[in-house]
Design a protein around this ligand. Sequence first.
Ligand code: FUB
Length: 468
Amino acid sequence: MATTTRRFWTHLAVVVGLILTVTTPARADNPIVQHIYTADPAPLVHNGRVYLYTGHDEDGSTWFTMKEWRVWSSADMVNWTDHGSPMSLATFSWAKQDAWAGQAVERNGKFYWYVPVVTKATGRPAIGVGVSDSPTGPFRDALGRPLVENGEIDPSVMIDDDGQAYLYWGNPNLSYVRLNTDMISYSGGINRIPLTTAGFGTRTGDPNRPTLYEEGPWVYKRNGMYYNVFAAKCCSEFIAYSTSPGPTGPWTYRGTVMPTQGSSFTNHPGIIDFKGSSYFFYHNGALPGGGGFTRSVAVEKFSYNADGTIPTMNMTTAGPPPADTLNPYGRQEAETIAWGNGIETEAASEGGMNVGFINNGDYIKVKNVAFGSGATLFAARVASTTAGSSIEVRSGSPTGALAGRCTVPNTGGWQTWTTVSCPVSGLTGTRDLYLRFSGGNNYLLNMNWWQFGSGGMSPQLDPKPGAQ
Ligand code: FUB
């Protein structure tokens, strides 16, 4: 959010928060991100983490006003780390507008992120590709021009078991190319998948669109079956899917994955398997101010039926159960969050992101933290221009048992970092951690990371470039 807008909303939130504090129940964990609007989820599993690539709906949008993409990651499906925006319209010198729905894939240690943008030259959408050595970027334009261009959107990429990669995309059509192994060129031209009612269901009321296929294909292979999960019908959309014995068809329509729900007239699918379970990502308008142009990404856990079909799912505010615990005795980024109340994030001078724009009463929930036999010390990397703020270390809820309180000094700048620590007690077993911030009326502090120690000793703080 722009700083002035943020200040306004922050002060409004403080007033409303004072009114609601007594009655607000414990927060659910969907949508995944609370401090900005996100859309068009594209999850990627890599080295024991889920990397979630999304778009970013601008605050107050009345159109799909999207200028950048964002990356998030998680090892447990409930706590998500904000990696900021490693790719934007500015990455592609030939792009004019509309940083819409894309997907990233890894091949031979490089990460390729396929995205649609409207070009300066034609004023029509084309598909570009960003490339990076890291799943969190930064990404650079791999080609300096579009990879494919037929005026349509929403690329989805799949690498088949034989090594052949396919790029699918389209609205109103559904097209694909066979990517070469360099992932930034293709062979054989642009192919159309026939949109038959047997393959993609029957739409009524629109003679120009006889099938349910609308946009947002998500193509993948599982147990020998190819799936195309897509946004169906318009508008409002629901999520449907088709299956095929091969990557290019013939497709058979299989029904609804998620009915029309959730205050956004679009929806957009992403499906992965992670740590032995299956997850379905989508978007809705669930955040305050949310709607069709101010969307938020959410996730549900599901199990395939025995025949490989996908059950119909509803949107929930609870989200999935944790797929793992979080280790508090290793350094954790402050921007690793299950639920953030009032906070925002920004790029940190020490690298990565920090949590900032914190007001009195704001808090961060970190879910399923494995304290084991007990933590005795809390340390946090902080910066502030005001003295006397503190971090309340609580468990169970924002007003739950107080385990300790760390005072934050005036460090002389919002990016002038120091490490503070304080004793804690009562944190044993596995529980939800709440870091609640208290102090005066203005912004209180920034936090870059935190770490607990145990056994009456100072924690062996994990090294971080620039940290002391
Ligand atoms: O986010 C902009 C567009 O809305 C996407 O490209 C579509 O899939 C729909 O979600």
